[in-house]
Ligand binder design. Structure first.
Ligand code: ATP
Length: 503
């Protein structure tokens, strides 16, 4: 079954029940936009993180002509000198215009609102939140009632709220009201969290929690060039927390206020930017597929020119890798952006710091500020996509199993003694001790074996090994496959090679 056959409530409930994700500060009623990863969620997220680091940094793919490529890693500070954010363009406009509802006090990102209206113009316009089916259904229903029609199939159109004239706003009904004219026009709103550095406080000691990991990479570009014998083209990769005071955190961990990013800044010569842009779009889409996202749930979308961020106005543009989440279905939501950032960031840091930021290419005998192609992925959002993809309703006792790719499954295998007597636990324990040195393997002896299988199905464990009476006679055990629930017998000495082959 596909990921579209269940509701988000069901997934959120499994995540809670099986220790993947909990609301942060749950004991105190939670805090909007923050989440804690439980034991299972931490393993899952770490596996995705490690797969990315392994595949991008340690085993960087070869280039378009088969040439070896180089990416080095970095772990920069979350708090940097506040001037960094002036140079990057985040202070003084990070960077999303907002719309407030005067009646409900709700706040929306202007570029996330659409209105649906009569093509002839002049009538009411009903606003809804992009990618939110419920909001769309509400707006359509109210419009149909207002227009006294049964269907909106003909004669009605949808437009972006930001494309409306100022004078149109008095005809707009907000996504959560029934009154016209309650929405303000879009206004700038700063999404950065600030904090105070040192004991004295005051404006001078104000600093910011980074809203993206990318700037730490630009700040260290010259350090890496001077110390690591790297030659353009090359990349710097970083994984870490980012913070955005999102106006409307929503859809579970899809849009939260604290999240993790996995970013590569690929430094290249301007003349080669297009080639690398295409290369990275391809590599990154295939990577998500390699860890389990299916083609039918992935889509590549080129940004329209009016959507581009300030740093990407010129050049090759931005490509979003999008996933069909249950709450966007039949539409898609961003998972990763691949952007040509030009040489905006390095140039600005050069200007604002007064330090030289450039690169001398000995082969070409040319000094220049490299251009950047940036594949910027959400680790938290990627974890959500993989949870959605894995969630498989079924008629087995657990009613659902998590079909994780073995590489990212939080637990790779479980070892069960059929019953806790007759020497079975001793054999099972010995097998568990051998396997756990290489993989995350769980030993479970409690309850019936059916219940143990069900627990492992919900945790997404690909294989269970059961030691029974026959094991003591002939050294064989049962392997149960999560996806087919099929069982076969193999020799206990083959378990390690069986798992290495499968994982
Ligand atoms: P969106 O349009 O969804 O706000 P964005 O275009 O602002 O995203 P980028 O600045 O390109 O996002 O960040 C790169 C990646 O970081 C996104 O593709 C997404 O996976 C992740 N990301 C961004 N904002 C959030 C958030 N609030 N919560 C979780 N992940 C996020």
């Amino acid at each position: 079954m596909t990921s579209t056959t269940f509701s988000m409530e069901e997934l959120v409930s499994l995540c809670k029940r099986r220790g993947f994700i909990f609301p942060a500060s749950e004991m105190y009623g939670g805090i909007n936009g923050f989440w804690d990863f439980g034991p299972m969620g931490t393993e899952l997220k770490n596996n995705i993180r490690d797969a990315w680091w392994h595949d991008m940094v340690h085993c960087t793919p070869d280039g378009p002509d088969g040439e070896p490529l180089s990416i080095v890693g970095l772990d920069s500070s979350i708090i940097q000198n506040p001037k960094v954010w002036e140079a990057s363009g985040h202070v003084g406009g990070f960077n999303d215009p907002m719309v407030d509802c005067r009646e409900t006090k709700s706040r929306y990102r202007a570029d996330h609102l659409h209105v649906i209206t009569n093509c002839e113009g002049g009538g009411r316009m009903y606003a809804f939140v992009d990618g939110d089916q419920e909001s769309y259904d509400r707006a359509s229903k109210l419009l149909a009632k207002y227009e006294k029609v049964d269907s909106l199939e003909e004669g009605y159109e949808t437009t972006l709220l930001v494309d409306l004239e100022s004078s149109d706003f008095e005809r707009v009904v907000g996504p959560d009201t029934k009154e016209v004219g309650t929405l303000t026009e879009p206004r700038q709103f700063n999404l950065m969290f600030d904090t105070t550095v040192g004991a004295t406080g005051g404006e001078d000691s104000k600093a910011y929690l980074r809203p993206e990991t990318a700037q730490g990479i630009f700040l260290n570009f010259m350090n890496v060039v001077d110390t690591m014998r790297v030659k353009v083209p090359f990349g710097i990769a970083q994984i870490g927390k980012a913070f955005r005071n999102e106006v409307t955190p929503r859809n579970f961990i899809f849009r939260s206020r604290e999240f993790e990013q996995m970013e590569i800044e690929w430094f290249c010569h301007e003349d080669e930017a297009k080639k690398w842009y295409e290369f990275w779009c391809d590599v990154r889409k295939n990577w998500w597929k390699s860890i389990g996202l299916t083609d039918e749930n992935l889509q590549m979308r080129q940004h329209e020119s009016d959507e581009l961020a300030h740093y990407a106005k010129e050049g090759c543009g931005t490509f979003d890798i999008e996933y069909k989440f249950p709450f966007t279905d039949p539409g898609f939501g961003e998972l990763e952006g691949v952007a040509h950032r030009g040489n905006y960031d390095l140039t600005r840091h050069g200007e604002f710091s007064g330090k030289k930021v450039d690169y001398f290419d000995q082969l070409k005998n040319e000094r220049y500020v490299p251009h950047v192609i940036e594949p910027s992925a959400g680790l938290s959002r990627g974890t959500l996509a993989l949870l959605c993809e894995a969630y498989t309703p079924d008629d087995r006792p657990s009613k659902v199993y998590m079909k994780f790719h073995p590489r990212i499954a939080p637990i790779k295998a479980a070892v069960f003694p059929l019953v806790a007597k007759d020497g079975m636990p001793e054999v099972a324990k010995k097998l568990h001790d051998a396997l756990k040195k290489r993989w995350v393997v769980q030993y479970d002896v409690k309850q019936s074996v059916g219940k143990r299988y069900a627990r492992m199905d919900e945790a997404g464990t690909p294989y269970c090994f059961t030691i029974d009476g026959d094991t003591l006679q002939d050294n064989t055990l049962t392997v149960r496959d999560r996806d087919t629930a099929g069982q076969e017998r193999i020799n206990i000495d083959q378990v390690e090679s069986f798992l290495s082959e499968k994982i």
